[in-house]
Design a protein around this ligand. Structure first.
Ligand code: HEM
Length: 363
């Protein structure tokens, strides 16, 4: 198997992908947020390792909304109470251990099944000339396969449950998310899940948009940089070049000073992970998956998937042109493409246009 893997780390912004949080300086105060936007990777890493910063207590947030409005957000509260990323202390340790165990239990079989699936999918999706949507026809099937291995359930198309983390959604949208969580809970209750239902619920919320978005944006980034080139000639980086998780939030639990920056108790620090793309060395070079006690439990699986995708693509002799990237809107949490369309063609003429193919194979 021919594999061209380099350590190059292209930056999302250089591809002209619009980012809701452009990097202007390493630290800015945001009035609307009532906190700092942190872009400096060393500061981000330090905050993530500090016990004086905690994750947002989302369950309490939903309970407060329920009390204020009289509306029922029970499914959101339950999901957040059982989510490692929304807890600290002993509760977090227990939830994290359960998640990590579920991930490692059938690791060998799941990893082998994913590698096989990706190899077949690359063969089908990148096997002939025409249009290809990197989201719907590539990244979503990869996530769906992985999720079925864990839970036995196929996620509903367009189920936007990851928005449960969104801080500024309308009540109507919150109710739609809550209803989506209830439907998934019902589906999990009726399935022969390999992992416990609450873990399967956390994985659906944490892994769907982040994995689908990061995979498709990363491929889009590489194809944009290599527009018109043979796919097998692309120098694929060892790790994802782009992330669908542009930031994560932390709250200071006391007045604290880090690297000369004062955070007051209760203040929010928004850690702009996307701004850390391209950092080459040190413990800050790998912040796309967070760090410290909340380090992503899906990191190894995501890296394995990325490596399998790159190794399979490195055997594809078609050329690729980028056609259109449509980002999902409104989207306050994830950097998620609705579609990322590319065009594949075999001819040696680099000036070939998509119109030259009267009938696309996928129309
Ligand atoms: C197999 C797919 C994935 C699964 C099952 C998964 C699962 C998880 C879990 C359970 C946590 C919480 C850990 C804790 O609080 O102790 C987490 C955190 C995190 N995940 Fe993932 N994840 C996946 C893919 C991804 C991808 C593709 C990205 C982005 C490139 C990502 C980015 C993150 C980040 C940044 C955190 C830390 C958040 C924070 O500290 O606030 N994850 N993930």
């Amino acid at each position: 198997m021919r594999s061209r893997v380099s350590k190059q780390t292209p930056n999302l912004r250089r591809q002209g992908i619009s980012c809701p949080y452009p990097a202007s300086s390493s630290l800015t105060y945001d009035d609307r947020l009532g906190g700092f936007l942190v872009r400096d990777s060393a500061l981000i890493a330090e905050i993530l390792h500090s016990l004086r910063f905690q994750v947002v207590d989302y369950a309490r947030h939903y309970l407060e909304i329920s009390e204020r409005t009289g509306l029922d957000f029970a499914a959101s509260v339950t999901a957040m109470e059982r989510m490692p990323l929304a807890n600290e202390g002993p509760a977090h340790r227990e939830l994290r251990t359960r998640s990590a165990r579920a991930m490692s239990d059938d690791w060998r079989e799941n990893a082998a099944a994913m590698e096989r699936h990706i190899f077949q999918l690359v063969d089908t999706a990148f096997g002939g000339e025409g249009d290809l949507d990197l989201v719907g026809q590539f990244a979503v099937p990869i996530f769906n396969h992985l999720y079925r291995l864990w839970s036995g359930v196929t996620l509903e198309r367009g189920l936007r449950i990851a928005e449960v983390f969104c801080g500024r959604m309308s009540l109507n949208r919150r109710q739609r998310v809550d209803a989506g969580l209830r439907r998934l809970d019902d589906a999990l209750n009726g399935s022969l899940a390999c992992v416990p239902n609450d873990v399967a619920m956390s994985f659906a919320i944490l892994a769907s948009d982040s994995l689908v978005g990061s995979l498709s944006l990363s491929l889009w980034t590489l194809f944009s940089q290599n527009d018109g080139n043979r796919i097998s000639d692309i120098p694929f980086p060892e790790t994802l070049p782009s992330t669908a998780v542009p930031y994560i939030d932390r709250i200071a639990t006391e007045d604290v000073e880090i690297r000369g920056i004062r955070f007051s108790r209760g203040q929010r620090a928004r850690l702009m992970l996307q701004a850390t793309a391209g950092v080459e060395c040190g413990r800050e070079n790998d912040l796309f998956f967070g760090a410290g006690r909340h380090l992503c439990v899906g990191k190894a699986m995501t890296n394995l998937i990325w490596k399998s995708v790159c190794a399979s693509l490195a055997q594809t002799d078609l050329r690729v042109r980028v056609v259109n990237l449509a980002m999902r809107r409104p989207d306050h949490v994830f950097h998620y493409p609705e579609s990322a369309k590319v065009f594949l063609y075999a001819c040696s003429n680099r000036n070939t246009l998509r119109q030259d193919f009267p009938q696309s194979r996928r129309n």
